[in-house]
Design a binder for this molecule. Structure first.
Ligand code: NAP
Ligand code: MG
Length: 519
């Protein structure tokens, strides 16, 4: 019997021993800089001439790892290898498959600070954010392993005389796993391990900004746990060059994707086509963008609301799908909350997160992102009033640092109130009253997370009903969903309404077979 699932505890960096251990992990990871990482296809390690240098966004001259890149031919081969391995892996008992996840979780827990330290360098995550990312990856493996133990058993159906009938879940086939860079460990690990624990085989195409952390996960399964060849294929490469090959492949059975709305829509459309040799309709599990709002009414505590807004807007530089990018504040409290938001924002320490646990904001992911955010800030200045930040922070290292930025008096239909920026840029919107505030929070094409700060029972109840988001929080910030506690995923253009880390997630990776025997 496995003990019941519990979330992995977060590390307290105010304890000196923890901070020291993390410092040592940073040094250990730094010593691996420049290492070469191969593709893994059908168990074979393949080094290609085409190399991607994964760089440290705090210091772009530092190469965290040199990662071989797939070609369309190798992508085709990976899907074929995965299809071949499926014939064996689908017959492996679910209990055995679950044990691979529990063992991988144990290894990751033992090397927890190393995984987090790698994200400090490869993704620019502050320590606490990196620590939470690794903890979430461990949680996904512990949780999905247990979920498989629950779901893998035969399930009785309504009894019928003289018949013995049962339902059981069987895998689908080859799954293409395409994660984003912003939770480079957690989301990547979650989608990959959900695929394999359910008896499918995976082609993991990591995000090009963060392929090294994905290579580390692949090494755990392939090198340390000796997962049978072809069950997990590691296929780094540019999404634009190999994505279509993977999605279109007639042997592909499903695609698990987390990323932008644009790429999600493209995958959905292409997966709908039935290509020559294909014997099924492909399934897609798509988690996409957000334009998440925190609504504050006149009964809320302005200090608490401002603290929640600033934490949710600028945690990991605003590069979370759950980040608060719209603060909607009712007129009577508008000035009081805005003032506190500005004060807190101006106090945030932006620098290289490798410097220590006190760094609250690191760099944005790359130069392209920095440029895009600055463009949105320019748009925002035309649409509202710049009250904090607005400029990049020059660093001798050439890191991609941006001041946390607040633009006030933004109209609900302005571009800055509608389009996902995915960086440290917050739009503040004034609502006449709670009723208008509710209309504003629901007026985008997304529906991922949201919060309401209010003391009024009737309004909290109203939000429960009417605030149309997959993850709604009342009197707390809209980020930091926990596996098992807050199954995560949004509505409308935020995806296919699935819930990662919840009790109906693994069914998305399986199909139910019913066997009835006359006795
Ligand atoms: P992205 O640009 O859409 O990339 C996501 C993944 O798709 C990457 O691995 C990317 O590869 C790949 N890709 C690119 N073009 C492709 C194509 N034509 N076919 C197949 N795959 C392709 O998103 P991102 O910038 O990494 O992540 C940020 C976005 O993710 C935001 O919109 C955010 O809201 C969303 N997100 C959503 C959730 C959620 O749970 N709903 C969670 C986290 C993030 P390359 O890196 O090689 O281009
Ligand atoms: Mg990088």
């Amino acid at each position: 019997m496995k003990r019941p699932f519990v979330n992995e505890p977060l590390t307290d960096f105010s304890a000196r021993a923890n901070a020291e251990a993390f410092g040592q992990a940073l040094a250990k990871v730094r010593a691996t800089f420049g290492r070469a990482y191969p593709l893994i296809v059908g168990g074979e390690k393949i080094y290609t001439d085409d190399i991607l240098e994964s760089r440290n966004p705090s210091n772009p001259s530092e190469v965290v790892g040199r990662v071989s890149q797939a070609t369309p031919e190798l992508a085709d081969r990976a899907v074929r290898e995965a299809a071949k391995a499926f014939e064996h892996w689908k017959r492996i008992p679910y209990t055995e498959r679950a044990r691979y996840l529990f063992h991988a979780a144990k290894i990751m827990r033992e090397r927890k600070h190393e995984f987090s330290a790698l994200m400090v360098y490869e993704a620019g995550k502050p320590w606490v954010e990196a620590d939470a990312d690794t903890a979430e990856a461990i949680d996904f493996m512990e949780y999905y392993g247990r979920e498989m133990l629950r779901l893998g058993k035969p399930h009785p159906t309504h009894p019928e005389p003289y018949h013995e009938t049962e339902l059981h879940y069987i895998p689908l086939g080859v799954g293409i796993v395409i994660p984003p860079w912003n939770f480079p460990c957690a989301i990547m690990t979650g989608m990959t391990t959900a695929t394999i624990v359910t008896g499918n085989t995976a082609v993991l195409k990591p995000a090009s900004a963060t392929p090294v952390i994905a290579a580390w996960l692949a090494e755990i399964f392939v090198d340390q746990l000796h997962l049978p060849a072809g069950v997990l294929n590691f296929l780094p490469g540019p999404g634009g060059a190999v994505g279509d090959v993977l999605v279109d492949h007639p042997l592909t059975r499903f695609v698990a994707f987390t990323g932008s709305k644009e790429v999600g829509i493209r995958i959905n459309q292409r997966a709908a086509a039935v290509n020559p040799g294909q014997r099924w309709l492909k399934r897609t599990i798509l988690e996409m963008g957000g334009k998440d709002a925190i609504l504050v009414d006149e009964t809320a505590d302005p200090e608490e609301a401002a603290a929640g807004i600033v934490a949710a807007a600028f945690g990991y530089q605003g590069q979370k799908c759950s980040a608060c990018s719209r603060a909607v504040i009712v007129e009577p409290l508008y000035d009081a909350v805005l003032e506190r938001i500005v004060e807190r924002t101006k106090n945030l320490d932006v620098s290289d997160p490798a410097l220590g646990p006190g760094v609250e904001m690191g760099p944005v992911i790359d130069e392209k992102a920095l440029k895009k955010h600055l463009e949105y800030i320019a748009i925002g200045k035309g649409e509202g009033r710049l009250v904090a930040g607005g400029e990049s922070v020059s660093a001798p290292s050439g890191g991609y640092f941006l001041q946390p930025t607040v633009i006030a008096d933004v109209a609900p239909d302005a571009r800055l109130a509608q389009e996902e920026v995915f960086g440290p840029v917050l739009a503040v919107i004034k609502a006449r009253d709670f009723t208008e505030g509710m209309e504003i929070v629901n007026n985008t094409e997304y529906g991922l997370t949201g919060s309401l700060y209010s003391m009024r029972r009737d309004r909290l109840e109203c939000a429960r009903q009417e605030f149309h988001v997959g993850n709604l929080y009342l009197n707390r910030k809209c980020t930091h969903a926990l596996v098992g506690v807050h199954p995560f995923g949004g509505f409308n253009m935020s995806g296919t309404d699935s819930k990662a880390g919840g009790s109906d997630y693994l069914q998305l990776f399986m199909q139910a077979k019913v066997v009835s025997e006359k006795v």
